[in-house]
Design a protein around this ligand. Structure first.
Ligand SMILES: Nc1nc2c(ncn2[C@@H]2O[C@H](COP(=O)(O)OP(=O)(O)OP(=O)(O)O)[C@@H](O)[C@H]2O)c(=O)[nH]1
Length: 335
C-alpha cells in the first residue's frame, strides 16, 4: 500500500501530466513543463534554450533570439554540445559538470533547430530523477505530436489548421482592442503567395521535382522573413505569410523582396520560377476567412494581370480595380 506522502506525489504527477497534455501551443507547453517540474521538485533548476546549426555547420550554437521561459542558469558550450549530440530517441541524458548533475533533453524542430531542456541539481535523489526523466519523456512525446499536428509534412512549415488558429487569435485580440493601433502607422498583414504556372513544372519535370521546387520555395520564403513572422503552407502551391506590426511601405518592400528572391533563384533542373502575391491589412474583417478572401482576390488580380507581381487588396479597391467585398451573414465558408 502507498504511504500518504507517496499517494500525494502520485496525485501531483498525474495532475501535472494532465495539465501538460492540455496545452496546444509550444511555448505554453514549455512554461507548463517548467512550472510542473519546479512544483514537484523545488530544488531543481530549469533552463530551456534553442540551438541552431553554427555558421560553418557541423556544430550547434545557442539561438539568442529564441524566446523560452526565463533560464535559471547559463548554459555552457559543453552543455550545448551535450544537447546537440543527443540521440532524438533518448529522451534525457545525465551529465556531471562543475559540481552539478545535469539532465539534458532535446527535441528537433523544423528548419534545423533543436530545443534543449536542461535540469540541474547538485545531487539527485533516485525518486526525483525518475520523476524528472518521466516528465521529460512525456513532454518530448507530446511536443512531437503537437509539432506534427500543426506542420505540413513536405515543407515543415505551419499548416492551414495552424493558420486558422493564429489568425483567429489575432482577430480576437484586435476586436478586444488589445492590438489595435489606430494612432500608429503600422499594421498586421496577411499575404497569399502562389507559384506561377506550377502545373507546367509538374507536367514537364514530374511530381518529384515539383515537390523539390515547393521545398526550396518554402525555405527561400522562410529565410526572407524575420523569426517572428509566420509562414504557412495553405495547400498545394499556395502559401500564406502573416506579418505583424509593419508600415504600408515596409510590407511592400518585404513582399517584393520575396518575389525578387524567387525570381532570381536558380531552382534545380527547373531554372526560373516566379510567384504572384496578394495581400491585405488585417483590420475589421472579424472572421479569418474574410481576411483570407481579400488577400486571395488580390492574388487572383495579380494572376489575371501578368503574374510575378505583388498586389494590395486595399489599393485595388480604392483605385476601383476591385469591388469591395460584400459580406452576407451566413455565407462564410470556413477554412
Ligand atoms: N508536386 C506537387 N504538385 C502539387 C502539390 N499540390 C498541388 N500540386 C499541383 O499544383 C498545380 C496547381 O496548378 P494550377 O492551380 O492550375 O495553377 P498553376 O499551374 O500554378 O497556374 P497559375 O496559378 O494560374 O499561375 C496542380 O497541377 C497540382 O497538381 C504538391 O504537393 N506537389
Amino acid at each position: 500500500m502507498q504511504s500518504p506522502r507517496q499517494s500525494e506525489i502520485t496525485h501531483e504527477v498525474i495532475e501535472s501530466v494532465a495539465q501538460l497534455t492540455e496545452q496546444r501551443d509550444e511555448l505554453t507547453l514549455l512554461r507548463k513543463l517548467q512550472a510542473s517540474i519546479l512544483e514537484m521538485l523545488p530544488s531543481v533548476q530549469v533552463c530551456m534554450v534553442c540551438l541552431v546549426p553554427g555558421p560553418q555547420g557541423g556544430h550547434w550554437i545557442l539561438d539568442a533570439a529564441c524566446t523560452l521561459p526565463e533560464p535559471m542558469f547559463p548554459v555552457s558550450d559543453s552543455l550545448v554540445a551535450e544537447a546537440a549530440g543527443l540521440d532524438p530517441d533518448v529522451p534525457a541524458r545525465q551529465v556531471s559538470h562543475g559540481g552539478w548533475n545535469y539532465l539534458v533533453s532535446g527535441l528537433d524542430l523544423a528548419e534545423g533547430r533543436r530545443k534543449a531542456i536542461v535540469l540541474r541539481q547538485a545531487e539527485w535523489a533516485p525518486a526525483d530523477l525518475r520523476i524528472a526523466q518521466g516528465m521529460l519523456k512525456i513532454y518530448v512525446n507530446f511536443a512531437r505530436m503537437l509539432f506534427d499536428s500543426e506542420r505540413d509534412t513536405l515543407t515543415g512549415l505551419y499548416n492551414r489548421k495552424k493558420l486558422e488558429q493564429k489568425l483567429g487569435e489575432l482577430l480576437a485580440g484586435r476586436i478586444k482592442g488589445r492590438n489595435r493601433k489606430r494612432d500608429q502607422e503600422t499594421d498586421d498583414y496577411l499575404a497569399v503567395l502562389d507559384l506561377d504556372h506550377f502545373k507546367r513544372i509538374n507536367d514537364n519535370y514530374g511530381h518529384l521535382i515539383g515537390d523539390e521546387v515547393l521545398l526550396v520555395f518554402a525555405g527561400l520564403v522562410r529565410n526572407a522573413l524575420r523569426d517572428m513572422d509566420w509562414v504557412f503552407r495553405y495547400g498545394g502551391e499556395e502559401f500564406v505569410v502573416l506579418i505583424k506590426d509593419v508600415s504600408p511601405a515596409t510590407i511592400v518592400a518585404i513582399l517584393d523582396r520575396i518575389r525578387t528572391r524567387i525570381q532570381n533563384h536558380a531552382f534545380p533542373q527547373v531554372g526560373q520560377v516566379t510567384v504572384s502575391i496578394g495581400y491585405t491589412a488585417i483590420g475589421d474583417q472579424e472572421l479569418p476567412p474574410y481576411v483570407f478572401e481579400e488577400a486571395d482576390r488580390a492574388l487572383y488580380y495579380a494572376k489575371e494581370n501578368g503574374r510575378n507581381q505583388v498586389c494590395d487588396y486595399g489599393d485595388l479597391v480604392s483605385s476601383g480595380k476591385l469591388e469591395p467585398e460584400e459580406r452576407h451573414s451566413g455565407s462564410v465558408e470556413l477554412f
